[in-house]
Design a protein around this ligand. Structure first.
Ligand SMILES: Cc1cc2nc3c(=O)[nH]c(=O)nc-3n(C[C@H](O)[C@H](O)[C@H](O)COP(=O)(O)O)c2cc1C
Length: 190
């Protein structure tokens, strides 16, 4: 093998590793913050309690204004109940309903705090290899019809829920995520 060939064999892979991926960055470690996507390809299968504990711990560890931690987490594992909240819920999916004191819409900063807890749960689930998706669509019906059945704490309304479940292997952010606006239309340095 001549010198030029050897050089190409050594240098080319190094250059490849250094060039950032185009579009979605699929070179980030699996489950990283760059690879997340809102799952829609849930498959049946349960989630071990140890994983649920870690996922919930991520929500509990979320930052909140003044560290007031206004949230409560109701974990819906009962499939009949889960299907009444998210119609296409797949067996084994768990719905984590995050509630706070108030009507779920106008309780000021608590909404933002609950949103951060939801994002932590969403990302933790994906870091553990599960699919997750955030929902606010079912909140009105849930707060109207299911508060008592869910035993939400007194005076609480649901703000957001995160669905967690097993997903089809091999689906990643590149094949599953929707596109995002171009960074230069969203970011300005001053
Ligand atoms: C606050 C919030 C509310 C959402 N509510 C719903 C919902 O009610 N139903 C639903 O199917 N997806 C819901 N989503 C998921 C979004 O549609 C999804 O995150 C977005 O389309 C980006 O998807 P991608 O990450 O797969 O590209 C919600 C997401 C957020 C952040």
């Amino acid at each position: 093998m001549n010198k030029r060939r050897i050089l190409a064999l050594v240098v080319f892979p190094v250059l490849l590793a250094a060039v950032p991926a185009f579009g979605q960055q699929n070179n980030a470690p699996a489950g990283s913050i760059i690879n997340h996507y809102a799952a829609r390809n849930f498959i049946a299968g349960s989630i071990p309690k140890a994983d649920m504990d870690q996922i919930l711990q991520a929500g509990i560890r979320a930052p909140s204004a003044g560290n007031r931690q206004p949230w409560f987490f109701t974990v819906v594992q009962n499939q009949d109940l889960a299907k009444r909240i998210v119609r296409d819920n797949v067996d084994g999916n768990v719905l984590i309903v995050i509630s706070a004191s108030g009507d779920g819409k106008t309780n000021g900063g608590a909404i933002l705090d609950c949103a951060l807890a939801a994002e932590n749960i969403y990302l933790a689930a994906q870091a553990l290899g599960y699919g997750s998706r955030i929902y606010t669509g079912p909140m009105d019906a849930l707060n109207r019809d299911l508060k008592t059945e869910l035993s939400l704490p007194s005076g609480h309304s649901a703000v957001v829920l995160v669905r967690v479940g097993r997903v089809q292997p091999g689906v990643d952010a590149v094949s599953a995520a929707s596109s995002r606006k171009a960074p230069d239309s969203l970011v300005r340095y001053k």
